[in-house]
Write a protein that binds this ligand. Structure first.
Ligand SMILES: NC(=O)c1ccc[n+]([C@@H]2O[C@H](COP(=O)([O-])OP(=O)(O)OC[C@H]3O[C@@H](n4cnc5c(N)ncnc54)[C@H](OP(=O)(O)O)[C@@H]3O)[C@@H](O)[C@H]2O)c1
Length: 245
């Protein structure tokens, strides 16, 4: 059903079937928004949508593998047919290798897999959704980064960033650089694009070793998704404020 005139904010969260992404979807739905649950596994997507709806959310499933051109194109088509536009894109889907990841011994296939999802996947989804975002009155893009991607923090003596990370951390650094370039291209438009650092969150990604809940980890992305029109762009934030690149 085409819903172009709807006042309701339309959001898409990638990797929203579990972990932080699921809680971002729940947080955006709690704002009264209509939230697309982007997820590649049909059963986990269906379960997540059902759980969100049971809690009162306006949630709908969006089949989405961020590494697959056809899947991403189909996801954009689904949102176009459903809503005619997209107001908020949260690029949350991400994968990790294993810890520790020594650069000298890392498996190159791991590096490729992480870059493909954590960086190229974000570019692929963003570019597919940009035509829909450009139809929004208040478009926002939030990219899920990490403190470990900050070169400033990585080069701060004594900073506790969980050890050497030869692939995962560099993919988030790459993502940070990509966000800066999008912000430069999109300056002068109404699209605000920022990166979120959720903190160390207990999810599948780290074998549930994180110290924060997924709900706590989702909070900063939800805030960035709901920025006012005069909000910042081209920056990175955690719950405490700006995180240096
Ligand atoms: N946990 C932390 O401490 C932490 C800290 C900083 C940043 N982050 C970032 O936060 C984001 C979410 O991570 P999480 O901790 O919530 O981990 P998670 O529970 O493992 O969730 C990752 C999500 O990404 C999805 N995903 C992976 N590859 C995908 C693909 N090709 N297409 C579509 N979806 C895909 C997963 O879907 P499937 O179920 O289909 O695999 C899952 O929904 C990631 O970008 C991560 O790097 C996490």
């Amino acid at each position: 059903m085409l819903d172009v005139m709807s006042e309701k904010t339309i959001a898409l969260v990638t990797g929203a079937n579990k972990g932080i992404g699921y809680e971002i979807a729940a947080g955006l739905a709690a704002l009264g928004w209509s939230v697309g649950v982007g997820a590649r596994d049909e059963q986990r997507r269906t379960d997540a949508v059902a759980k969100l709806r049971a809690a009162g959310a306006d949630a709908f499933g969006v089949p989405l593998d961020v590494t697959d051109d056809e899947s991403v194109t189909a996801a954009a088509r689904l949102i176009d047919e459903r809503a005619g536009r997209l107001d908020v894109l949260v690029n949350n889907a991400g994968v990790a290798g294993g810890w520790p990841e020594q650069p000298s011994t890392i498996d190159l296939e791991t590096v490729r897999r992480l870059v493909e999802t954590n960086v190229i996947g974000v570019i692929r989804v963003t570019n597919a959704m940009l035509p829909l975002l450009r139809r929004s009155a208040h478009p926002r893009i939030v990219n899920q980064s990490s403190h470990v991607g900050s070169l400033s923090l990585q080069t701060t003596p004594g900073a506790d960033l969980g050890g050497i990370s030869g692939a995962y951390a560099p993919t988030k650094t790459f993502l940070n650089a990509v966000t800066i370039q999008y912000a430069k291209e999109l300056s002068g438009t109404n699209i605000l694009i920022n990166n979120a650092c959720p903190g160390y969150v207990a999810t599948d990604l780290n074998g549930f070793a994180g110290t924060q809940t997924p709900e706590q980890g989702a909070a900063i992305a939800v805030r960035l998704a709901a920025l006012p029109d005069n909000g910042p762009t081209g920056q990175m934030f955690d719950d405490g404020g700006v995180v240096p690149w």
